[in-house]
Design a protein around this ligand. Structure first.
Ligand SMILES: NC(=O)C1=CN([C@@H]2O[C@H](COP(=O)(O)OP(=O)(O)OC[C@H]3O[C@@H](n4cnc5c(N)ncnc54)[C@H](O)[C@@H]3O)[C@@H](O)[C@H]2O)[C@@H](O)CC1
Ligand SMILES: [K+]
Length: 496
């Protein structure tokens, strides 16, 4: 499990650790880790052309000390001093090691640019000349390593308000910052490497957590000797309509592949015909009224994909939400509850799975505002509505209003295709039916769905049905603890 923190949490932990160590120790540890990561990335340090972008704070100090270490190994290191002041001791060490001060034009010629403009001390969009330097680093032909966080990315939220550095690698000090795991920040960070500077014992409860394969494996239900289809978990699916039959097929498919003991599908004649044709395993009820009276007992419901938003759909949604089992609400179901929030007044748990546009309608907040601060808005919605929220997107986040949020990093852009959300609903619904709580079901489903997307795509376009098909392979990969390839290169310890 990777744990992530806000800038304030990190600062407080650093203060506590620093009080026990000789002055400057932490920065030396940070710089040693940074220099080692740069050297690994360069391969050959001797004669490499390295340009440091140095801001006025300690982030610039990290860069200068690391630059000194690289210069001592024979790199040709220049520093662009961007602040009205510069870390004095760091600059002295840098010059002493043979580094020199240079202008911004050197960025064009560099094999490696080290972004030490700002770290966790930044506030708001980058001011000039930092903004122009960050943009120049972004279009530089060489490698770019960001120190602690890419400058221009808000460390705590991942928000990007203006120019920001696009890094090949971000070397982050002491602990992950939430903004490195959540888009848009995560996309700017590139790969993220953690340098252990001994902060661990001083860190509080994390702000956010990214599950890894072992964490998901530990939570996934597995059948035991005395399991039967009822005990493994029965999922009800109220999805699809005469206009949108595919959503029903895909949601049922996701659920069957994610281990539901049985899936009961309830719908009108066109989707019923399609579900029967695709999934003979499903138990199907043809509805002649918007009621679930004749569907049989289930342990959880998926409500909404392709359901429509008319009176029939509204009545069916009301019937499902009046049940006493957990309900996952997606797609058209979200439109219905946005129109009539009273539908959400129930005692049993609710899991909402919106994308940013759906959350925007639900909460009356602009879509752009949600995209810029995904975690914050997922948390707010969960708190206000008293539900668990899985906010879909390039990084999917899960919040339930209490404790650390979960951030999923297994996704792939190939998953931005019609119908993949219906599959996700089915997977999460199956986990709910098997007894996981909303928070665990949502985060494990996001992990498996992202991984299934990667396996199905393998670098080429996918169809939503391929994702459902690949869910068992994702579950096997998780059991074998195989992490998807975009996990960070790991951590380096400079803790003592
Ligand atoms: N405190 C510590 O013990 C450690 C700090 N470390 C490094 O120190 C960093 C934090 O250092 P600081 O607290 O000095 O802060 P930063 O260096 O992150 O930023 C502060 C500087 O940036 C300027 N600035 C702030 N917002 C700006 C904006 N929007 N546009 C342009 N300039 C802006 C400020 O005027 C100030 O000069 C960490 O990110 C990390 O890199 C590491 O060396 C590890 C140990
Ligand atoms: K930086």
């Amino acid at each position: 499990m990777r744990t992530a923190y806000t800038a304030d949490q990190i600062r407080a932990a650093e203060r506590a650790l620093m009080a026990e160590l000789p002055h400057g120790t932490l920065m030396q540890r940070a710089a040693a880790g940074l220099a080692a990561a740069c050297a690994d990335l360069l391969g050959r340090v001797y004669a490499a052309r390295v340009v440091l972008l140095v801001g006025g704070g300690d982030n610039g100090g990290d860069a200068l000390y690391a630059g000194a270490l690289l210069a001592r190994r024979g790199a040709r290191v220049g520093a662009v001093l961007a602040g009205s002041r510069t870390h004095e001791a760091g600059l002295a060490a840098f010059l002493d090691a043979g580094g020199r001060v240079t202008g911004g034009e050197a960025i064009e010629e560099a094999d490696l640019v080290v972004d030490g403009l700002v770290g966790i001390g930044a506030t708001g969009a980058l001011r000039e000349p930092y903004g122009a330097l960050a943009a120049a680093a972004g279009s530089a032909p060489g490698l770019v390593v960001a120190v602690d966080v890419p400058s221009g990315v808000d460390a705590g939220t991942g928000r990007v308000e203006g120019p920001a550095v696009r890094a090949t690698l971000t070397v982050t000090m002491g602990a992950y910052k939430t903004g490195l795991l959540v888009d848009p920040g995560a996309a700017y960070a590139g790969a993220v490497e953690l340098v252990d500077i001994g902060l661990g014992p001083y860190l509080p409860e994390p702000d956010a957590v990214a599950q890894e394969a072992a964490d998901v494996h530990a939570l996934l239900p597995r059948p035991v000797a005395e399991s039967d289809k009822y005990r493994r978990g029965v999922l009800g699916v109220a999805a699809g309509s005469d206009l949108f039959t595919g959503a029903a097929v895909l949601a049922v498919g996701g659920a069957l592949r994610a281990g539901a003991g049985m899936v009961r599908y309830a719908g009108t004649s066109a989707p019923v015909t399609q579900v029967r044709a695709h999934w003979p395993e499903a138990v199907v009820t043809l509805l002649d009224a918007p009621s679930i009276e004749h569907v049989g007992r289930v342990q959880a419901w998926v409500l909404g994909p392709g359901l429509g938003t008319g009176d029939w759909a509204h009545e069916l949604a009301a019937a499902v939400l009046a049940s006493d089992v957990p309900v996952l609400v997606d797609a058209d179901g979200l439109t219905l509850v946005a129109r009539d929030r009273d539908l959400l007044r129930r005692d049993a748990p609710v899991l909402l799975t919106p994308h940013a546009g759906e959350l925007s309608r639900l909460m009356g907040v602009g879509r752009d505002a949600i995209e810029a601060a995904r975690l914050e808005h997922a948390r707010d919605a969960a708190g206000e509505l008293g539900v668990t929220v899985l906010l879909k997107g390039s990084t999917t986040v899960v919040a339930d209003g209490a404790g650390p949020a979960r951030v999923n990093t297994t996704g792939t852009s190939w998953l931005a295709a019609g119908g993949t959300g219906d599959v996700l609903s089915g997977v999460a619904g199956a986990l709910l039916a098997q007894g996981l709580g909303c928070f665990d079901a949502a985060s494990c489903a996001a992990y498996l769905h992202g991984l299934a997307g990667r396996l199905a795509a393998a670098g080429a376009p996918l169809a939503a049905a391929d994702v459902a098909e690949a869910v068992p392979a994702a579950i096997r990969a998780v059991a074998g603890r195989r992490e998807p390839e975009r996990t960070p290169p790991g951590r380096r310890s400079f803790a003592r």
